[in-house]
Design a protein around this ligand. Structure first.
Ligand code: BGC
Length: 743
């Protein structure tokens, strides 16, 4: 069962972590007293691995961190030079993008999010940390906490949700997984809350594009996940590439000083994004590198990732009095403190003997579990799934992603190896042979290909089989950083291939692997079942095979809304009501409008003539092989006192044919407030595994902190008044009860 009540705002680090942080700070201050200005500036400099003068730079005390070097022997040698040959022996931070696994690849973050399982996501991060630490990495640039409501954006693959509550809980769990209870323990690595802030709101879903987010929206939607990650103990933050309301995040004092340090009391350090300091002049904020260095430094960016502008310019700025030694100390101090907290001054070296082998049996099992729990069953007409071994003798396995160990890993896989992957075709062959014959064909070369030469073989394979499973979607390279799409239909000739196979009239299941929600309106009626697998990682095959044949029932729910057509974007469940909300009674199809109908013919409400107002699949949606019934919603009281809490109970029964897991979701709405509030807001979720026929009483509690919102004065408050609460298996659930918050 997932705890529904991690107090995001109130959760603090353990007292022992606070004590350890203070001790690290004291040691950092003492060390600072012995450092030259040049050595201090060196600590602010992160250098790309493989740089030709790296060793000498480290020896000279000019490097604080290395990124993108993962050869253990090299890393141990660099640490040896730093610890033994530099004047003060300051060890290095070794950074790497460990985004959804290191060697064992778990589902992409958006896929992991579909499991709505804080324990699972924490364990995946833990294993990723252990594997990364086993080569000497001690810092990951994760979790990405950017709420995103735009599936065109390639980086939605890295996001954890469109929803601030889900994103907060899952992000905090990732931080705990990476960092453990004690950063100095073997296998713990520093986390980095990125990209601060608002990156997910890039205009038009184009990566790096400008963002314009009113402060109230920033605080309500985009900042809570960062606050939650810092409360969970994340020791570093990365600035976003983007500009926010006209000021690039890398020089944004409001974000870095006002919010992060003053309001939240963040004591760790901020790293720029890759070259984002030099890019300040590309944004047009500064005229040259010297100005860029100063702007970033002044705003509170401690470390310069890759560009070298700090290293080249801060010495002169100090000499000219543009920055002070005190300011410099304040920038270096948390970097040193982080190194102390990581225990690097005691031991900076990596000893592989203290770690389990990467991609071992347990890690694979976890990856399989994670993949299984992340696949969302979107359609299952006529109980097409699960496939029954007893009733079929042959299966067609078709499509470009059925047997591609590389593409199933998804974006941001620097250290995973496709050779470790088990594909769906391989897993199905293992599971089914010899009883069930598999006829396989790729159909198209890759997901983008328009060449239909392979269609005949695919059609023939389907013709020979009792049932057909097609593995379609997007290759890994079609999502991720800088890989945005304006058209998010299945690319290439895949839709044509589906149409051709569908004409055979065989039971047809789509397994879709993709880095984003795709628009599926053009295929949904042509197939019987759809299992949305995202990019499931190393163990995609065994996980999908088990789901297809009912060894386990799908349990995942969508962490993002699926639009019908791209023009609906942004479409998300927690929207505002507007003054003219649409209803199913008033909208109709464009074709049905009478000739010369009067302007008011459709009731004057907020919808598209050609796409209505509902998504194809709402947030929180996901089917099972079983069925769950919700009934008897009750509240422990009709009114809530500010110091009290209200218990929300519902009976959940598995009324379907098999044991299955359900994700129970609780939503609220503040019916009247001094600023308009979303029509629904997620405020709790739990997972329950029930045998067929079994029922339980599920209980959530709501307290005042769950009802808070950001008001016109940017204060987090509650206002007395009426609230509605819903509990169900999807954001479109209708069973509700009302209560009143007293003053
Ligand atoms: C990305 C970051 C990443 C960094 C280092 C940048 O391009 O925006 O998310 O951590 O590269 O690889």
């Amino acid at each position: 069962m997932t705890d529904n009540h991690i107090e995001v705002a109130a959760a603090r680090q353990q007292p022992s972590q606070d004590a350890e942080a203070s001790a690290a700070l004291e040691r950092a201050q003492t060390l600072l007293g012995r450092m030259t200005s040049a050595e201090k500036i060196g600590q602010l400099h992160q250098v790309n691995g493989g740089y030709s003068e790296l060793e000498q730079q480290i020896r000279d005390g000019n490097v604080g961190s290395v990124i993108n070097e993962v050869r253990m022997d090299t890393l141990n040698e660099l640490q040896r030079i730093a610890c033994e040959e530099s004047r003060l022996g300051i060890p290095l931070l070794i950074g790497r993008d460990v985004i959804h696994g290191f060697r064992t690849i778990f589902p992409i973050p958006l896929g992991q999010a579909a499991a709505w399982d804080t324990q699972l996501i924490e364990t995946c991060a833990r294993v990723a940390a252990i594997e990364a630490a086993s080569v000497g990495v001690n810092w990951t640039f994760a979790p990405m906490l950017d709420v995103s409501r735009d599936p065109r954006w390639g980086r939605i693959a890295e996001s954890l949700s469109e929803d601030p509550y889900l994103c907060s809980h899952l992000g905090a769990a990732m931080v705990r997984g990476f960092q453990g209870d004690d950063l100095s323990q073997p296998g713990a690595i520093a986390a980095c809350a990125k990209h601060f802030a608002g990156y997910g709101a890039v205009e038009g879903g184009i990566d790096y594009n400008t963002t314009n987010i009113p402060e109230i929206e920033l605080r309500s939607t985009y900042l809570p996940s960062f606050k939650a990650a810092l409360d969970a103990g994340a020791v570093t933050v990365m600035a976003s590439f983007t500009d926010l309301n006209g000021v690039p995040a890398t020089a944004n004092e409001f974000l870095m000083q006002q919010v992060l340090r003053k309001e939240w009391g963040f004591g760790g350090f901020v790293v720029s994004d890759w070259d984002s300091i030099v890019q300040l002049s590309v944004h047009g904020l500064t005229a040259n590198d010297a100005e860029s260095a100063l702007a970033a430094f002044d705003s509170g960016i401690n470390m310069d990732m890759n560009s070298g502008v700090y290293s080249r310019n801060l010495g002169a700025a100090l000499a000219a009095g543009a920055i002070s030694e005190t300011q410099l100390d304040a920038m270096v101090e948390p970097i040193l403190a982080t190194k102390f907290r990581l225990g690097l001054f005691e031991n900076a070296y990596c000893d592989p003997a203290s770690f389990p082998a990467a991609v071992n049996h347990d890690h694979r099992e976890l990856a399989k579990q994670a993949a299984m729990k992340s696949c969302v069953l979107l359609k299952n007409a006529n109980n097409t799934l699960p496939l029954l071994r007893e009733t079929i003798t042959s299966l067609a396995v078709i499509g470009p992603l059925a047997d591609d160990g590389y593409e199933q890993l998804g974006t941001w896989v620097f250290d995973g190896d496709a050779a470790d992957s088990i594909t769906a075709l391989a897993a199905l062959q293992t599971a089914l042979a010899p009883a069930i014959t598999i006829h396989s064909a790729r159909g198209v070369e890759n997901t983008r290909s328009h060449n239909t030469d392979g269609f005949d073989a695919a059609i023939e394979a389907a013709r020979q089989a009792d049932s057909v499973v097609m593995f379609v979607g997007e290759e890994a390279i079609l999502s991720g950083e800088a890989h945005c799409r304006a058209d998010i239909n299945l690319p290439g000739a895949q839709v044509q291939l589906i149409e051709a196979i569908s004409e055979l009239g065989k039971p047809l299941t789509l397994v879709i692997m993709a880095g984003r929600p795709l628009t599926l309106s053009n295929v949904i009626d042509k197939v019987d079942a759809i299992l949305y697998a995202w990019h499931p990682g190393t163990m995609a095959g065994p996980a999908i095979a088990d789901l297809l044949f009912g060894v386990s029932a799908p349990s995942a729910k969508l962490p993002v809304t699926f639009p019908r057509v791209v023009g609906q974007i942004p479409i998300y469940y927690g929207h505002k009501n507007t003054g003219k909300p649409p209803s199913h009674d008033t909208i109709t199809s464009m074709e049905a409008i009478d000739n010369r109908a009067p302007q008011t013919s459709l009731g004057m409400s907020a919808f598209y003539l050609d796409a209505g107002f509902t998504p194809l699949f709402p947030f929180g949606f996901g089917l099972s092989y079983s069925r769950f019934e919700y009934r008897d919603l009750s509240l422990s009281a009709a009114t809530l006192l500010p110091t009290d809490e209200i218990k929300v109970q519902v009976t959940l029964q598995n009324t379907g044919p098999c044991a299955a897991e359900e994700i129970v979701q609780l939503y609220i709405r503040d019916l009247v407030a001094s600023v308009t509030r979303p029509v629904k807001e997620l405020k709790g979720f739990q997972k329950h595994y029930l045998q067929s026929g079994a029922s339980i009483r599920v209980e959530f509690s709501l307290s005042r902190s769950d009802l808070m919102f950001c008001n016109r004065h940017m204060e987090w408050v509650t206002e007395p008044g009426d609230f509605r609460v819903w509990v169900g298996g999807c954001s479109d659930t209708e069973m509700s009860a009302d209560f009143r918050l007293e003053a």
